[in-house]
Write a protein that binds this ligand. Sequence first.
Ligand SMILES: Nc1nc2c(c(=O)[nH]1)N(C=O)[C@@H](CNc1ccc(C(=O)N[C@@H](CCC(=O)O)C(=O)O)cc1)CN2
Ligand SMILES: Nc1nc2c(ncn2[C@@H]2O[C@H](COP(=O)(O)OP(=O)(O)OP(=O)(O)O)[C@@H](O)[C@H]2O)c(=O)[nH]1
Ligand SMILES: [Mg+2]
Length: 456
Amino acid sequence: MIEDTANTIDTIAAPATAPGTAAIAVVRVSGPDCAQLAQAIFRASLRPRQTSHRAYRDTAGSVVDDVLVTYFAGPQSYTGEDVLEISTHGNPLIAQLVLDDLFKRGCRAADAGEFTRRAFLNGRLDLSQAEAVMDLIHARSARAIAAANQQLRGSLGQHLTRLTDELLLGLARVEAYIDFPEEDLPDEDRVIVVDILNSVLRGTQQLLATHRYGDLLREGIKTVILGEPNAGKSSLLNALLGRERALVSDEPGTTRDYLEETVMVGPHCLRLIDTAGLNPTPGTVEALGIQKTYERIEEADLALLVLDANHPAPPLSAEVAHRLNPNTTLVVLNKVDLLQGQPPVAEAPDELPALPLSTRTREGLTTLEQRITEIADRFRPGDAGDQIAINARHADALRRATDCLETALANLRSSGPTELLASDLRGVVDAFGEIGGRIDNEAMLDRLFATFCIGK
Ligand SMILES: Nc1nc2c(c(=O)[nH]1)N(C=O)[C@@H](CNc1ccc(C(=O)N[C@@H](CCC(=O)O)C(=O)O)cc1)CN2
Ligand SMILES: Nc1nc2c(ncn2[C@@H]2O[C@H](COP(=O)(O)OP(=O)(O)OP(=O)(O)O)[C@@H](O)[C@H]2O)c(=O)[nH]1
Ligand SMILES: [Mg+2]
């Protein structure tokens, strides 16, 4: 048992790799006891950041496994603390024996996210980077990985630092006048501060505009497949998915209730929703299904309208037509394998973009995937630069920042009290700081004011 030292930080341990049989399993340990643990378990002092091949011996001195072990001396580690990484043979039982032994030696089981939490608390990552680690692990598309990678490298933090620095220049001018309550903010300062606030507001709105794309990346692009009964909607879902997920039959009205599946299309993740066919004269149950189809169209980011290419397209009902956005709708003229070289009979309604396809021969499927990718890429707002895609927590903070900025601008227009103006600007600084998890804004302000000349 490791003695409890004056240091109250626990040494935590947990599997770092997923459970199950694999080539290797990694157990990660972080905290002040790592060096002592390494000495006791491997009977050697490990050189930091060098991987050694050792026998893992438990408290009884028996060899548990033949492992590779790496010791990281804090603060040069992922968590900023001393870290041990132990790679065992990839049998979950072996990893469990190692963990049990580590617990016997005084380690505590790590809570979910605790290694990254420690990295944040030790200043290795800001909060948006810590979130990016989680985003990376859960990313379900190449685009989502790219965005999370950028955020992990600090892109969002850098944007916010720029906006904060700009704002602080304005705040400094305002603060300078708080000490002279009898004097009003001079006009030349007022103009400068208004410019600054407008510029920060624009930057904030650019970041906010990436929220929808962030949601699409994190949750997948909701793509509804709709169309007349028997057109091949379920067959299209199966074709995109690459497996027979949905029931397919030559009987119209096969799909009664909608069903949803996640699929990768190029670099994007789609939440594909197969719906009940739009029968103009439905039975009772069918009508319920069609009502649900309308609701799914309403919520969708993207719509695939499937028509049978072999006969004229039925007119789109008003309920459907008004819910379809021409920029995010593709018409699939299906079953072109039956056309025998003739052009499609069906025409896309309302000049919607259409493409021929056969779920049977898979002709046109690659083109469809490309077109979907093009539309999905357009969801990414261009003006916030690179790959920023904020999450709901960021959006919440940025909305509060926007409110404070707008109040501050109104205050400047009406020559309101300088104290209130300063307090609103501090509100913006706080909201920006919250995104990076910065608690101590006061210290940041002190640092900046120390370099800024406010003695007018
Ligand atoms: N084996 C292993 N692979 C891994 C991780 C890990 O913790 N262990 N990571 C965890 O998720 C990611 C890599 N992230 C890491 C980030 C920083 C440091 C680190 O030691 N940083 C030190 C040294 C700087 C350097 O040499 O790069 C530091 O920041 O001071 C390690 C891993 C993905 N792959
Ligand atoms: N020849 C040919 N037949 C197809 C093609 N795609 C689908 N089918 C057939 O068309 C019929 C209907 O297919 P489904 O996928 O069930 O059609 P659906 O649109 O989901 O139909 P409902 O759920 O009833 O609205 C089935 O017999 C399919 O095998 C195709 O590209 N070519
Ligand atoms: Mg169907």
